[in-house]
Unconditional design. Structure first.
Length: 280
């Protein structure tokens, strides 16, 4: 008798409206492929806590910013941790999964990240700039983000927002990982069109940069997206490390690369759902 296929609860909000992206298309494609390997059920994130019993793992994918259902997400997280439920990505993430504090921590630790502070007394740690980016510590998907002139910064740095210099950059680039393995990179050649993405050939130096953040997060399993910008001096600076439910922009990939990602994702999920904690 063949071994029973793992049972997955796939958490997604197919109706979520994102600027410049159709989240639902990505999850429809992924679940259509995963069904060949798993017993699969889909649910909305507000229903996950009540439905997750009886599944081998819960997969959190394009579920939208948790700000829209904070109470339900906190209940899901608490219940999953108490029950030892396997959640993919694991709930130990230190980056966007836990808010934006990591940008402050990485700045203080000297990582190549856009310099970030949260208090007026620390503004002198930022490079002088004509404009600054102000965003909530618990923000997501650019919600609440503002760009303000230098003279308007002091009164905003009260501890509940992040302050960064408005960096001039050539383009943004994202590096996508499954577990600790690099899969592909995409970039937006036009800074004004963040989600018009094209395949990007990552260099060895690019991957060394991205892996520093993957190693720092020490997630073990799951999908992570390292978002960076190419600064005027040619260096890369971290913009965001997405470790909760990163959108993958699979529609920007050629078919061969998309298939390779799905294969890696499927293998990772299979190991994770069966409790195999290291790659085969």
């Amino acid at each position: 008798m063949p071994a029973a296929r793992p049972r997955l609860l796939y958490v997604t909000d197919l109706a979520y409206q994102a600027r410049g992206r159709r989240y639902c298309d990505e999850d429809i494609h992924l679940t259509s492929r995963l069904r060949a390997h798993f017993e699969l059920a889909l649910c909305h994130p507000v229903d996950a806590a009540g439905l997750m019993d009886g599944f081998d793992a819960v997969v959190v994918r394009n579920s939208g910013p948790v700000l829209g259902y904070r109470k339900q997400y906190d209940a899901f997280r608490a219940r999953a941790l108490a029950a030892g439920t396997r959640v993919y990505n694991p709930l130990t993430g230190k980056a966007d999964m836990a808010g934006k504090q990591y940008l402050l921590d990485l700045t203080a630790a000297g990582f190549p990240v856009i310099p970030t502070v949260d208090r007026a007394e620390h503004l002198d740690r930022l490079p002088a700039a004509e404009r600054y980016v102000v965003k909530p510590k618990q923000g997501a998907d650019s919600l609440g983000l503002r760009i303000v002139p230098a003279g308007g910064v002091d009164g905003l740095a009260t501890g509940d927002v992040l302050i960064q210099p408005c960096v001039d950059f050539a383009y943004e680039v994202s590096f996508y990982f499954v577990d600790d393995d690099f899969q592909y990179a995409l970039h937006a050649p036009d800074p004004e069109r963040r989600w018009e993405l094209r395949p990007y050939q990552a260099t060895a130096a690019d991957l060394e940069f991205a892996r520093r953040f993957i190693d720092w997060n020490d997630l073990g399993h799951g999908i992570q997206r390292v978002d960076a910008c190419r600064a005027a001096d040619g260096s890369l600076l971290l913009v965001e490390l997405e470790d909760l439910n990163p959108y993958l922009s699979l529609d920007a990939l050629p078919e061969e690369a998309r298939d390779a990602f799905v294969t890696a994702f499927t293998a990772s999920l299979s190991r994770f759902a069966r409790g195999v904690l290291t790659p085969a």
